[in-house]
Ligand binder design. Sequence first.
Ligand code: NI
Length: 254
Amino acid sequence: MGDIFDTHSHYNDSAFDSDREELLGSLFAGGLCAAVNQGTDVPSSEWGIEYSKKYKGMYAAVGLHPECLSENSFEDLKVIKKLAGFPKVVAIGEIGLDYYYDIPRELQKDIFIRQLELADELSLPVNIHDRDAHGDTLEILRKYKPKGILHCFSGSTEMALEVVKLGMYIGFGGVITFKNARKTVEAARAVPLENIVLETDCPYLSPVPNRGKRNDSSNIIYTAQTIAEIKGLSTEEILKATKSNAERVYNVSI
Ligand code: NI
């Protein structure tokens, strides 16, 4: 134990308001060695930095999520740039494209690309959200070649392998344990273990057997079990390998 590295979490979410300190205390005292809180806007990015001071294992990613864009986003980018310089900020995230919601696509692409350029300028990895936008995401990744993680992977095996070829990591979470996740299982089978990291996206996307309940980093064990079955390895081996992958991509040493 002690090998759970949650590369993508949202502990600032109001779902944790009633018991956040108790929960984080018990997670970090248990199997969780590190959690990266993803920023979706300026306040959640600031939150991650504040909490990274409170807990040794807490790290922050700062960024603007495609669902959180507005006419203020260009101003917000300046704040994100400043926040990115704080200690324990390990990535620009959560950034990317979301075509499920009706958010102007040109604005999404513009803000996404500016954040990729910022990450490059600051030599930081990125954490990327891609929902129903595989074509444009891949096109942008090919062009800008960022370092980092494509989170909550939902694309094809072919796309996963191309992302890996670009030198990126694939984040798998609770979805891989769902009954209808055949495509994701096939992608995980094809992606080399050296390119896989684990995540929750908590409070969302709890794995089976806790599907539908509030998610937290302890549930990563179920995702690791599923990947262990796919890869023919033990759960411990998966946790160990993905922890060391996460340390490599986020440039931290736990
Ligand atoms: Ni997320």
